[in-house]
Design a protein around this ligand. Structure first.
Ligand SMILES: Cc1cc2nc3c(=O)[nH]c(=O)nc-3n(C[C@H](O)[C@H](O)[C@H](O)COP(=O)(O)O)c2cc1C
Length: 213
């Protein structure tokens, strides 16, 4: 058995203190996002989406954040995938980011809804043709007999759509996650990490609390 009990790091790069915190969490998210993005080559917009599945189990997987503002956080996927079906049945989901270079974590609980077909069309159109066809080819999360089956389907579609516009399939589009709480975690020395949580109030202001590490 591999023993990892001595595998640990001390965190000392940054701090998150009340005097530097804006009143709304989206501004803080934006500040952190850009700080990370400007000084690392990781995919800063890669985030873990956790859903509770139709089988009652939580499942987490990485997707790419494509847009965010005061309304919430948007990612694109196949609506018929395992996550798509899980979200339709239970739209209470969680998004999380681990930005290792800055010893930061952000955890967003929110309620997901499909974005308008218009908005999904807009993003789909901006994708390269290969990605568009990839979305058409894949019945995401379904079993497939072999890789060859997918590659053959892709070649067929490449011929079918050569020189033509590739339409967005109805089963593919965006989810907007409207946040109800956003927690910011900054690693600190001696495991006394900073945790600041914003909770959305009925009057749409944010209640800010410090949580114990
Ligand atoms: C870096 C990275 C980015 C990804 N981006 C997306 C994405 O934007 N949308 C998506 O549907 N899947 C994306 N995936 C694949 C998902 O992690 C997952 O395999 C897929 O969505 C099927 O998940 P499901 O079967 O739980 O629905 C990405 C994976 C990685 C590692």
């Amino acid at each position: 058995m591999e023993d990892l009990s001595d595998y640990r790091k001390s965190y000392d790069k940054n701090e998150l203190i009340e005097t530097n915190i804006p009143e709304d969490p989206i501004s803080l998210f934006q500040k952190w996002f850009h700080e990370v993005d400007e000084s690392s080559d990781q995919e800063t917009n890669a985030m873990t989406v956790s859903t509770v599945g139709l089988d009652g189990f939580p499942k987490a997987r990485v997707v790419l954040l494509k847009r965010y503002n005061e309304d919430g956080f948007v990612f694109y996927t196949n609506y018929e995938s395992e996550k798509g079906k899980a979200i339709v049945a239970n739209p209470h989901i969680c998004l999380s980011f681990f930005w290792q270079t800055h010893e930061r974590q952000v955890i967003i609980k929110g309620i997901a809804e499909k974005v308008s077909p218009n908005m999904s069309d807009g993003y789909f159109e901006s994708r390269p043709d290969g990605s568009k066809l990839g979305a058409l080819v894949s019945n995401q999360s379904e079993i497939v007999a072999s890789r060859e089956v997918l590659e053959n389907r892709l070649s067929q579609l490449e011929q079918e759509f050569a020189g033509k516009e590739i339409p967005r399939p109805d089963f593919w589009g965006g989810f907007l996650v409207k946040p109800i709480s956003i927690e910011f975690w900054q690693g600190r020395p001696n495991r006394l990490h900073d945790r600041i949580r914003f909770i959305l109030q009925e009057d749409f202001t944010w209640k800010i609390d410090r949580l114990q590490p």
